[in-house]
Design a protein around this ligand. Structure first.
Ligand code: NAD
Ligand code: TYD
Length: 355
């Protein structure tokens, strides 16, 4: 099979490319990525000369890039991850989210429909989405696949729109589509604008740790390698036209997870109580429209496809922290340039030399 993975140079995409090459050695993996600020080919340095791996510098906003890739590599199936993915960026500038997440998905669907038209049902298209499309939960309940969509941020609205396109292309054109809605991921290669890598990086740099609002917002955290296994499982065993929620069953308030990671880092860095990373915690102005709580009910994928996460939070977090500690050059490279400008805009250049 010739599998096109979009967004393969990003966080989850890179983990998925590595997973696929390891577990499906007969498949050709075509990584289609525009290399935006979030895409980094260093993530895939170890496979750059792998005989079953190809990289295509292509933009979903340009239909010709997509159709050339389909023709050149005879694409048999797609796993679609490429997106603008950060909520805060979507608040500052929603246009890219509309163009990539909505128009880009439309371009990809139309190219696939045209290229596979003689045998649409034989070609799988897995669309990777987020639990944020369901909006915000109160203190109880969890998101089911049947929970009505209620996206609150420009990011989640653009992902919700792309989910609806996928649903319609299945329903109307009978394309062989699957959608997954996953909770917050953490692990190697995550860009340090998202909470956990930002927190680890800031502790290493003695920068303040910005916690939005009162820190009581809750997220359901899943180790990225477990997400990749779930995507593999849905791709191979999921039922066409269905959606599957993927989650870790692992809810943490932001302030609790921040304190927990600080403790883990103190131990590894040999920091005393007086110099604890916790001293860097700073409550800052809340994110506009900040969703209170996300939590996934993953019983459908568990009962129908027999998937459950293999890593406990302790295991996944240890692996993640070790990875960031061992890849400080990766962080240095990625935090230079445009990320610095965004950081200044988001956090107003606040700093701390408290430790
Ligand atoms: P990311 O921001 O780390 O990576 C996105 C990748 O897409 C980058 O490599 C970027 O270069 C590429 N890209 C962006 N615009 C493109 C375009 N126009 N054409 C081609 N490539 C483009 O994102 P991520 O965290 O790896 O998320 C991947 C997918 O998973 C997204 O669709 C996201 O909505 C979804 N998701 C993420 C999480 C999470 O916690 N990170 C949770 C659930 C779902
Ligand atoms: P984030 O990693 O941006 O993921 P998402 O918004 O998609 O859930 O944020 C996770 C949680 O952490 C979210 O409730 C916002 C909060 N947060 C902070 O408190 N401070 C920060 O600097 C960031 C980036 C996020």
């Amino acid at each position: 099979m010739n599998l096109m993975i979009t967004g393969g140079a990003g966080f989850i995409g890179a983990n998925l490319v590595l997973h696929w090459l390891q577990h499906h050695p007969d498949d050709l993996v075509i990584n289609f990525d525009a290399l935006t600020y979030a895409g980094n080919l260093e993530n895939l340095a170890e496979v750059k000369n792998h005989p079953k791996y190809r990289f295509v510098l292509g933009d979903l906003r340009n239909p010709a890039d997509i159709s050339k890739t389909f023709s050149k590599y005879h694409v048999d199936a797609v796993i679609h991850l490429a997106a603008e993915s950060h909520v805060d960026r979507s608040i500052y500038g929603p246009a890219d989210f509309i163009e990539t997440n909505i128009s880009g998905t439309f371009n990809l669907l139309e190219t696939a429909r045209d290229y596979w038209k003689t045998d649409l049902s034989a070609h799988r298209f897995l669309h990777v989405s987020t639990d944020e499309v369901y909006g915000s939960l109160g203190s109880c309940g969890k998101f089911l696949e049947t929970t009505p969509y209620a996206p609150n941020s420009p990011y989640s609205a653009s992902k919700a729109a792309s989910d609806h396109l996928v649903r319609a292309w299945h329903h109307t054109y009978k394309m062989n589509m699957l959608t997954t809605n996953c909770s917050n991921n953490y692990g190697p290669f995550q860009f340090p604008e998202k909470l956990l890598p930002l927190l680890i990086n800031n502790c290493l740099q003695n920068l303040y740790i910005p916690v939005y609002g009162d820190g009581k917002n809750i997220r359901d955290w899943l180790f990225v390698k477990d997400h990749c296994e779930a995507l593999d499982c849905v791709f191979h065993s999921g039922k066409s036209g269905e959606t599957y929620n993927i989650g870790g069953g692992n809810e943490w308030s932001n302030i609790d997870i921040v304190r927990y990671v600080c403790k883990e880092l103190d131990q590894r860095l040999g920091r005393s109580k007086e110099n604890s990373c916790e001293k860097l915690i700073t409550f800052v102005q809340d994110r506009p429209g900040h969703d209170l709580r996300y939590a996934i009910d993953a019983s459908k994928i568990k009962t129908e496809l027999n998937w459950t996460p293999r890593h406990t939070f302790g295991e996944g977090l240890s692996k993640t922290i070790e990875w960031y500690l061992g890849h400080q050059n990766w962080i240095k490279d990625i935090t230079s340039g445009t990320y610095r400008e965004y950081y200044e805009l988001q956090y107003g250049g606040q700093n701390s030399d408290a430790v």
